[in-house]
Design a protein around this ligand. Structure first.
Ligand SMILES: C[S@@+](CC[C@H](N)C(=O)[O-])C[C@H]1O[C@@H](n2cnc3c(N)ncnc32)[C@H](O)[C@@H]1O
Length: 619
């Protein structure tokens, strides 16, 4: 446990060191794949702990590049995962173009572009849909990555045959020049793609983007870092812009800022945030609608509205004179036209249906509206009920100009209220029943809620497992590519070795003397065709056998001394003539020349080389 914690602390210290020493911030990367990649590199240089690895990096700065190369997985391909690309061509690009004027720029960003295949795929996809002159004048594809090595390959735009296998043949013919088994992206489109270094964790985003493609890159980051990057992407995109992610990447926790256009294909639309200006506009509209600040500029219209109002309304000025009475008020309170202009106190209205004068005084004193909610008015057998509201009318300096008095007839409302009161009791008992049903429902609801939450958690867990699997898949692909390269190298070496072997074999065969090579134990390594001719013993029979155990017509015992001397490095070559019997039983004189077998790197003899010749005729 402590060991694990120590190791985790050491890893964090290593990440901190990488940030300080080289400005690479890996702290926001998912720990599982990050440690796998760092461990792989450490295995390569035979270092066990992260603290030791920091020391190793300090002593060997060349190792930084190797480490970054291992951590930043550049697996990619042209038109990777075909499905979404068809959707892009058929649906999304036309949608983007439809929002643009014919001369308006179309700006694309491939973030985490690795060795450039994705950016060039985008260039081809747009060029297939857009008119050529519009592509030339309006299309810009920004392609960024944090890995300078990958960007260098991307800038060259030249790929081996295996890399272009994902490009449909007609596009390959249209957009690539082939030479020496390599394919170079054509210049006309190549110059629309601008490659640059951009660290998604630390650098500012590119702005005013119509389509942001960030595939199989976000999944390397932990949830918090993904969130930060997505907020930047949101900023980078135009309000009607789109985000295109990789197969394993979704936006579970960002559904408010991005809305799925096609969830399966991982294509999302930006949900624009209201700007400050929008909010201000909404607020001012509210103010105009809500508090009457936007007063009508037509006084006659206002007067007509007051006159036609279904609520009886009178206005009493500061001197206590009835200044205005609308049609409803005149008919309700039997006011004649010439009552307008008379002191209120002279009119029945001043005390019936409610005592108004003291209330008017109260309004002036308190400078606020006064409401009399239930005013009864009996006229013969009929009873009417009013809600009377007295509102102070103030000038610009907040000095009182008068009081507006509205008589709202609430008779019908009161009846309804009485009936309602009646029903209320019935309802209350029904309510109690409902209440208990509701409680039951709430419990069920809570249970459902927690099940939904569990499902959401499981979903997120599945999502991160999915991302983890995809990451491992990419790592495997990277290893696979390394193995391919090693395999090619081994095959090349094998071919070279075969050639050298064939070459040696031809030398052995062409030598006219019997050639015998012995190792340090004086066991037979080489036994050429002429030796087989001389002694009637085949190579396969003698290989690995001690030279002195050979049952041939040559008195090998007599060669012991010079052979040992040659092996010990005492003296150089030797030559002796020996009587011998060849395979046909004929007595011959053999000339045996020997020399120690030495290499340029090591002076100690590795064995002895012997030339054995029939010298009977010479003798
Ligand atoms: C697996 S590749 C994806 C390539 C391409 N988008 C695709 O889907 O085929 C991930 C890329 O993300 C890049 N990357 C990793 N961390 C990054 C960062 N902080 N900022 C920018 N790119 C980053 C890596 O260098 C690598 O080229």
């Amino acid at each position: 446990m402590t060991h694990t914690r120590d190791r985790a602390d050491e890893l964090e210290a290593l990440l901190d060191y990488l940030k300080r020493a080289r400005g690479f911030d890996f702290t926001g990367y998912k720990r599982a794949s990050l440690t796998r990649r760092i461990d792989k590199r450490m295995l390569g240089v035979d270092v066990e702990g992260y603290a030791d690895y920091v020391r190793y990096l300090e002593a060997n700065p060349g190792e930084f590049a190797q480490l970054f190369d291992t951590v930043l997985i550049n697996v990619t391909g042209f038109f990777r995962d075909e499905g979404p690309w068809a959707f892009l061509r058929e649906e999304l690009i036309p949608r983007i173009l439809a929002t643009k004027g014919p001369r308006e720029p179309v700006r694309i960003w491939s973030a985490g572009c690795a060795t450039g295949e994705e950016a060039y795929s985008l260039a081809m996809a747009f060029a297939e849909v857009m008119p050529a002159d519009r592509v030339r004048d309006c299309l810009k594809i920004y392609a960024t990555d944090v890995d300078e090595g990958a960007l260098a390959t991307a800038r060259q735009g030249t790929y081996p045959e295996r890399a272009v296998s994902g490009v449909p043949p007609d596009l390959l013919a249209r957009y690539f020049d082939a030479a020496d088994g390599h394919y170079s992206f054509r210049k006309e489109l190549r110059r629309l793609v601008i490659f640059g270094r951009n660290d998604l964790v630390q650098d500012a985003p590119i702005s005013r983007i119509d389509l942001l493609v960030c595939r199989n890159t976000l999944m390397y980051f932990d949830a918090e870092t993904q969130s930060r990057i997505l907020a930047r992407f949101h900023f980078a995109l135009n309000d009607d812009g789109y985000l295109f992610l990789g197969r394993a990447e979704t936006l579970l926790s960002h559904m408010t800022t991005f809305a799925p256009v096609d969830l399966k294909r991982r294509i999302f639309a930006k949900v624009p945030r209201p700007t400050f200006r929008d909010r201000l506009l909404a607020a001012s509209r509210h103010a105009v609608d809500g508090d009457g600040a936007g007063m009508s500029p037509h006084p006659r219209l206002r007067d007509a509205a007051l006159e036609a109002s279904p609520v009886a309304q009178v206005i009493v000025d500061r001197a206590g004179t009835l200044a205005v009475a609308n049609e409803r008020a005149r008919s309700l309170f039997h006011l004649a036209h010439d009552d307008v202009g008379r002191p209120l106190q002279d009119l029945e209205l001043s005390y019936r249906p409610a005592e108004l004068r003291s209330r008017i005084e109260q309004v002036y004193q308190e400078r606020r509206a006064v409401t009399l909610p239930d005013v009864e008015w009996r006229t013969g057998p009929a009873i009417r009920w009013f809600a009377v509201q007295l509102v102070p009318l103030l000038d610009d300096e907040l000095e009182p100009l008068g009081v507006s008095i509205a008589f709202d007839d609430v008779t019908a409302l009161r009846e309804v209220r009485l009936q309602l009161d009646h029903s209320h009791q019935e309802l209350e008992s029904a309510y109690e029943e409902l209440q208990s049903t509701n409680e039951e429902l709430e419990t069920t609801n809570e249970e459902l809620h927690s099940t939904v939450e569990e499902l959401e958690t499981t979903n997120e867990e599945l999502q991160s497992t999915n991302e983890e699997l995809e990451t491992m898949n990419e790592e495997l692909q990277a290893t696979n590519e390394e193995l391919h390269t090693m395999n090619d190298e081994l095959r090349r070496r094998g071919d070279e070795l075969n050639e050298v072997n064939a070459f040696l074999e031809s030398i052995f065969t062409s030598v006219r003397a019997g050639l015998v090579v012995l190792d340090r134990n004086l066991d037979v390594l080489v036994w050429n065709g002429r030796s087989e001719d001389l002694w009637g013993v085949r190579h396969a029979e003698v290989e690995g056998t001690s030279f002195f155990a050979l049952d041939i017509g040559l008195p090998v015992e007599q060669l012991k001394a010079p052979l040992r001397a040659a092996l010990a490095g005492d003296g150089d070559a030797f030559e002796v003539s020996l009587p011998a019997t060849n395979r046909r039983g004929r007595a011959i004189t053999c000339r045996v020349s020997g020399a120690p077998l030495v290499s340029s790197a090591d002076a100690t003899p590795r064995g002895v080389i012997l030339f054995v010749d029939d010298a009977t005729d010479d003798a």
